[in-house]
Design a binder for this molecule. Structure first.
Ligand SMILES: [Zn+2]
Ligand SMILES: [Zn+2]
Length: 267
């Protein structure tokens, strides 16, 4: 038996003797199967020619795989008492990474923005003996069910130590962001509020690789979900996708611009 990993999205599947027939996450219009077709790997194969880069990213510690694998996101270690919450997840977990995360205080939990970053969440949770917090609205996208997964419902979940999970929706019905209340505050937004090249704006999409937008009602929902929170910085899902300050005004301004674009007012 093997736990196969989709090369395009990095998702690990439950034990099987043969590779799965297909990857539902990549066959969904919010991802894609490449023209060359579906390919599978395993954690051992991946570890043979990849490693994780771990370094400071703003107020947190980032972890991402090098060379880039699948969607290429970087996770963030967020302080949680004398331990950490892992915000978003990546596929590769090797001994060197586990040792370094342990030296930083280990993990008290894992929280993930949406199914594109579910990756190898169960492997991480087992190594660090911690739960994975996922929004229940996206439960159908879990490819390796396990008791470590704790689905939460509703609009917000307080994790403690100033951390709150916020359901934004948009890209996925359960699309989640993490608010960090320390200092000036920060919003860790995954793909739900997207940090884009112009750091004076953010954006919102239903499908990023396939460029399918969201309706006005969902833009208002996503922007409205973070309105009650105080923060300055917004951390996106890749290295250096970081807006250092003025986050709430940037989200408001961007939601207004998106609405204007949908109404044809930017033409
Ligand atoms: Zn996939
Ligand atoms: Zn995504």
């Amino acid at each position: 038996m093997e736990r196969y990993i989709c090369v395009t999205c990095g998702t690990q599947f439950a034990d099987s003797a043969e590779p799965p027939e297909s990857c539902p996450i990549c066959e969904d219009p919010r991802q894609y199967v490449p023209p060359s077709g579906q390919r599978w790997t395993t954690l051992a194969e991946l570890a043979a020619d990849h490693e994780n880069e771990i370094r400071a990213e703003g107020d947190f510690t980032g972890i991402a795989t090098s060379p880039s694998f699948a969607i290429g996101q970087r996770a963030l270690l967020v302080p949680f008492g004398d331990s950490n919450i892992l915000w978003d997840c990546i596929t590769l977990l090797d001994d060197a990474t586990a040792a370094q995360v342990e030296r930083c205080g280990g993990l008290a939990g894992i929280a993930i923005s949406h199914p594109h970053y579910y990756s190898c969440m169960v492997e991480w949770a087992e190594v660090f003996d911690c739960p994975v917090h996922l929004h229940a609205a996206d439960a159908e996208w879990v490819m390796r069910p396990d008791p470590v997964i704790e689905h939460w419902d509703g609009e917000q979940l307080e994790l403690g130590h100033g951390l709150t999970l916020i359901r934004g929706g948009g890209h996925f019905p359960g699309g989640t962001m993490l608010h960090w209340a320390e200092g000036a505050g920060a919003l860790l937004s995954g793909d739900i509020i997207q940090v884009i090249p112009d750091r004076g704006h953010v954006s919102f999409m239903w499908s990023y690789p396939n460029l399918v937008p969201l309706p006005q009602s969902e833009i208002e929902r996503v922007a409205g979900s973070v309105e009650p929170f105080e923060y300055e910085a917004i951390y996106g899902a890749w290295w250096d996708r970081l807006i250092p300050a003025d986050g709430p005004e940037i989200v408001r301004r961007s939601a207004e611009r998106y609405g204007a674009a949908l109404r044809g007012e930017l033409l």
